[in-house]
Design a protein around this ligand. Sequence first.
Ligand SMILES: [Ca+2]
Ligand SMILES: [Ca+2]
Length: 399
Amino acid sequence: MATEQNKWRRSSALRWSRLIVCGLLSIVAAGFSTSSVAAPCSEGVEITRSFNNGAGWEFCWHTRAESGPTLTNIFFITRSGTRRQVIKTIGLAALDVSMLDSGSVISHVQSVGIGRAQRTLATSDCPGGSVVASGTANACLAVRPRGYASKHYSTAVQGQALVLSAASSLSSGNYVHRFALADDGSLVAQLGHAGDLVNRTANSQLGWPVVQPGITSEIATAFSVNALWRMDMHLGASANNDAVEVIEAVPSADRLTKTTVVSAMTREFAVRIDANRKRTWRVVDRDTLNSNSQPISYELAPVESGQVLRNPQRINWSDNDIYATRYRSCETTTPAISAGCSGSLPAYVNGESIDRADVVLWYRTTLYRLPASEDRGTQRMKFMGFALSPRDWMARDGN
Ligand SMILES: [Ca+2]
Ligand SMILES: [Ca+2]
């Protein structure tokens, strides 16, 4: 496998030299508060922003050499001014690309490192926003409209999101990292892929003919991009009193009705999505209540789950879609590649309690790229991602 990976990397390195940042953002002008003051940032720069509706976010941003752009110490401030922490750290833990023809895999976290491959953005890459530096890396920050926040007959409210974008050029393509922190408390993490076509094949069942006038038709190999996101949750005042629940809509035997079933997940787990049961997961603070006496929580709903790559022989975490583990300092990527650390995600799940614990969620997303002739030269940008949304964080919308 190593030989295949190296060959692939060499053959495609030149083709991937182009950076695609077009379409990075569609934004409106906005001012930002950024600083390098220590509190609450032990790493990176502090970014704060409030929206037209009065809500706001505070967080720190920096780039990690292996896993790329990372947000830490993320606080959401509600419209009524309640300021609580949501997340300690969010970023990628793995980015593995699997070719359709050979099953060969390149792990970008292990190879060059996503952060080391981060590109320096120019002001022109960030129309209407601000390019912000953190160490040697930079990113584009902008507030952009996100369309309807709500719509009820003739009453409509337009929403906003604070978007941080950065770009990496890797052997499998050009990637855009995007975090959108919205004025309703939701956080959307996305990864976009573009660039030149990677490999060619003689077998039409392993790709798609790409044709341009005057150029001989070739078959471009299809491939899947598997991203694993790591979220070290930290709800409310303490990270050590959180818990995980799974919420399902369980159909009756005749399938005429469905029942809401909420189950506590007290031990570390690795499971698959279940679209039939509309399975979602939420991290709950066991001590903090909203003003309706409901425990505050954030929920992960896998609504963009139409493409799944399972290649457990080469990507050992790809057999499941979501993992929950108890925080361990060595467990920031899979496999663990920090100095003195070893193991990989399936082994991190070893029966530890995640009830009243510092909980880490790991979630897989897949982007399948079957080329078309339109992708010849420059493959069109496609995004994958997911959202974390508040559930009972507020007693009613916005408060
Ligand atoms: Ca907590
Ligand atoms: Ca563990």
